[in-house]
Design a protein around this ligand. Sequence first.
Ligand code: GDP
Length: 196
Amino acid sequence: NPFRNAQYLISAHHLRDLPPDGGAEAAFAGRSNAGKSSALNTICDQQGLARTSKTPGRTQQLVVFPLDDAHRLIDLPGYGYAKVPENLRLHWRGLIDTYLRTREALKGLVLIMDVRHPLREFDQQMLEYAVATGREVHCLLTKADKLSRSEGMRTLLAVRKELQARAPQASAQLFSSLAKTGVDEARAVLAGWLGL
Ligand code: GDP
């Protein structure tokens, strides 16, 4: 598991603070509380790697986790806080938009969604950005342990159908950090993107 080598490097407030735009990286995005930090920790098999923080200030940073000199995971700012001021919202939008449009090392976007609330407004917006910029997208429907197997499958099929219409390059799977399901599938997608 190459993701075990992930280590925290920096939290970047601006794109210029990121490591040089070379090698290959995958970015994680999701509404706050969707389970993004837990998914990163589970994929990397390191409980304390991505810290969950509920303070809006920290939502504006891109957190960089190199696996080695040429491969990185990027934790994009979460979204969906009710009380984020408008100027921060605009900063976030600009940061993500520019990152997705310009970052050459970015090979794919992992979109984290709570399986009980998939494809909310934020998620649709991320998909739109991804389609517009020709990025690969893989959706993790997290907290799959909260649904029965058949409910989970039904949701997965519905999401895949919706993706067909909106973002044909996007794929989706069920995932649970609690039950550790879907972890190998997620790692395989990331490994493929990163050429690991
Ligand atoms: P983030 O804000 O997207 O980084 O979300 P977190 O990873 O901090 O998770 C938000 C909440 O959901 C926390 O209370 C987690 O314990 C919980 N959570 C995350 N993943 C799972 C999961 O797979 N199953 C269940 N049942 N709860 C989860």
